[in-house]
Design a protein. Structure first.
Length: 150
């Protein structure tokens, strides 16, 4: 019998980020697809263009050319312009299952974009802490495309 000495919390991840964007649902959703796709950036804002096939079963992957790359996930659900859900290992090359959701809703002339990342896996020490930084960068990039007007 295997006895776990580590709490289940060490194997789970739950990140939620809510961002207000000064744009319509449609414009915000289009900007999100761009930021997750060809405009994506990695650590230190290094360009890391991704491909996001925005349809059920579509892939989200980093194409390095010559059939090389990294498959981050599969579009599990999409309802333009209010939902994008992706499942897969994402950027993690270890035993993990992830689900991310972007839910968008209108609030007056603005859009409220709620992001959630849930995962279960064998996270290396300190890895979970850094995951929220990339998701925050995507949310901020979408937000900065539509500056608030005075």
């Amino acid at each position: 019998m295997v006895q776990l000495t580590t709490p289940l919390d060490n194997y789970t991840l739950d990140i939620t980020i809510e961002t207000r964007v000064h744009a319509s649902l449609e414009d915000t959703f289009a900007a999100l697809l761009e930021e997750m796709g060809p405009q994506n950036t990695g650590m230190g804002n290094a360009p890391m263009p991704m491909v996001l096939e925005a349809r059920p079963g579509g892939r989200w992957y980093r194409d390095l050319g010559n059939d090389n790359g990294h498959c981050w996930g599969t579009v599990q659900a999409i309802r333009v312009p209010t939902l994008l859900e992706i499942s897969g290992p994402l950027m993690m090359s270890f035993a993990v299952a992830s689900n991310i959701q972007y839910r968008l809703r209108a609030d007056g002339d603005d859009t409220v974009m709620t992001f959630r990342h849930n995962a279960l896996g064998l996270f290396p020490e300190g890895y979970r802490d850094a995951l929220g930084q990339g998701w925050t960068r995507i949310a901020q990039s979408v937000q900065q495309r539509f500056p608030a007007t005075a």
